[in-house]
Ligand binder design. Structure first.
Ligand code: FAD
Ligand code: NAP
Length: 339
């Protein structure tokens, strides 16, 4: 191990579920040089590496027998500005929501619907983060990643990332790519995305007809604060399951018994179902097994009431998946990354 590494470090402050497990080794990395040093040190001693940003999309099921590399690189810069379109670059360790706020303060729009998502810039492309009808693929201008196999850096275009719903080339090859910095194409003129009912409704209630990007961000922050548990108060990793996309015929079959089914057509005879609605219909809302539970307001969010282990949360998730499959014939896929 190198001098900068700490041994047997509790990861409780580094995962939003608040699971109390230890990392065998732990280090903060602040720039590309420190990233390379840490990876080289781990390779020399044949120690696996787990990269962690904000830990808000992780489920840790036991002590991590690896070097946990905490991304702590900082830096925001404007690379291009033609008076309307602006390309900005952010280092991987930048916290996501403060980055969104910074962009709004500069008058740059495009990120407002992604307000108040926890985590870091570097993890955002991992699952093509999305909320309220916008995903980072919609504002993506490129990224720089380190190939952990070859040690070389590579530039990724939008096509290279193969973004899909909560998916990317990075998520599909875990451990291969370390994202160093990400670029975003933003605009001075707002193109508002107000397709999601609650956002429109909140703005209407405030008497706002022509919202600014800041007003949209504020509305979304307010909705999220009301609906979602704050990880600082109740451990969670946001949505625990992806919203399943199923054939229209299956949705129609479910609708026969459940006329209130929440479903959004996706084209190609496919329909996106609201996983939270299915879980709620099955009676899991507010359910609790020891300290592992389902949130009382939002059934898609599993919560740690205090001392739950990752294994207990994982077991509860398995029961929910089996029940939803038995009742509706729908497979729920886990969203957080399991270690
Ligand atoms: P981490 O949890 O630290 O890591 C996630 C994965 O990415 C891990 O596999 C890790 O190894 C890898 N990783 C981290 N950094 C890097 C890097 N630099 N290079 C390569 N790999 C890396 N997600 C949404 O999409 N939309 C939402 O609206 C949303 N809302 C949420 C609300 C709450 C209350 C919570 C707790 C979570 C929510 N999430 C949401 C999930 C989560 O915030 C995002 O997925 C976020 O991008 C995770 O960032 P992170 O830095 O915490 O990643
Ligand atoms: P919601 O408004 O209760 O809606 C339930 C689900 O229906 C959403 O997940 C959304 O799918 C879908 N939906 C709603 N309106 C839609 C529309 N007009 N067109 C297409 N799909 C629509 O959802 P919520 O749980 O409060 O979350 C609000 C937004 O924040 C969602 O986009 C959600 O994904 C995001 N969010 C994500 C996480 C996470 O951890 N991944 C956590 C909290 C919130 P989509 O998820 O595909 O958008």
């Amino acid at each position: 191990m190198t001098a900068q590494w700490q041994e047997q470090v509790s990861l409780k402050p580094y995962n939003s579920f608040g699971i109390d497990v230890n990392a065998r080794y732990f280090t903060h990395v602040r720039d590309d040089v420190e990233v390379r040093q840490a990876l080289a040190g781990a390779a020399a001693e044949d120690i696996p590496v787990l990269v962690v940003g904000g830990g808000s999309n992780l489920l840790l099921t036991g002590d991590v027998q690896a070097l946990v590399m905490h991304m702590a690189s900082r830096g925001l810069r404007v690379l291009e500005d033609d008076g309307e379109r602006v390309v900005v670059e952010a280092e991987a360790g930048e916290p996501w929501h403060p980055f969104v706020q910074w962009a709004l303060r500069q008058g740059f729009t495009g990120l407002e619907n992604l307000s108040l998502i926890p985590g870091t810039v570097g993890a955002a492309p991992m699952q093509n983060i999305g909320a309220y009808g916008v995903e980072i693929k919609d504002v993506f201008a490129g990224l720089t990643a380190l190939d952990r196999h070859s040690g070389e850096t590579r530039e990724f275009s939008l096509e290279d990332c193969a973004f899909a719903y909560r998916e990317s080339v990075f998520k599909r090859s875990p451990g291969r790519w370390l994202i160093l910095r990400v670029r975003f194409a933003l605009h001075r003129t707002l193109q508002a995305h107000l397709e999601y009912g609650p956002v429109r409704q909140r703005l209407r209630e405030q008497g706002i007809e022509q919202p600014t990007a800041q007003a949209i961000s504020d509305a979304i922050c307010a909705i999220r604060r009301e609906k979602l548990p704050d990880p600082a108060e109740l451990g969670n990793a946001g949505s625990f399951f992806k919203n399943p996309v199923v054939p229209m015929v299956l949705a129609e079959r479910i609708r026969r018994d459940h006329p209130g089914l929440v479903a959004y057509p996706q084209g190609d005879d496919q329909v996106k179902l609201a996983a939270g609605w299915l879980i709620e219909q099955a009676g899991w809302k507010g359910y609790r097994e020891g300290d592992a539970g389902v949130h009382r307001l939002q059934s898609l969010v599993l919560v740690n009431h205090g001392q739950a282990t990752g294994a207990q949360l994982h077991a509860l998730a398995g029961k929910i998946q089996a029940d939803i499959h038995a009742r509706f014939g729908v497979e729920l896929e886990m969203e957080p990354n399991l270690y």
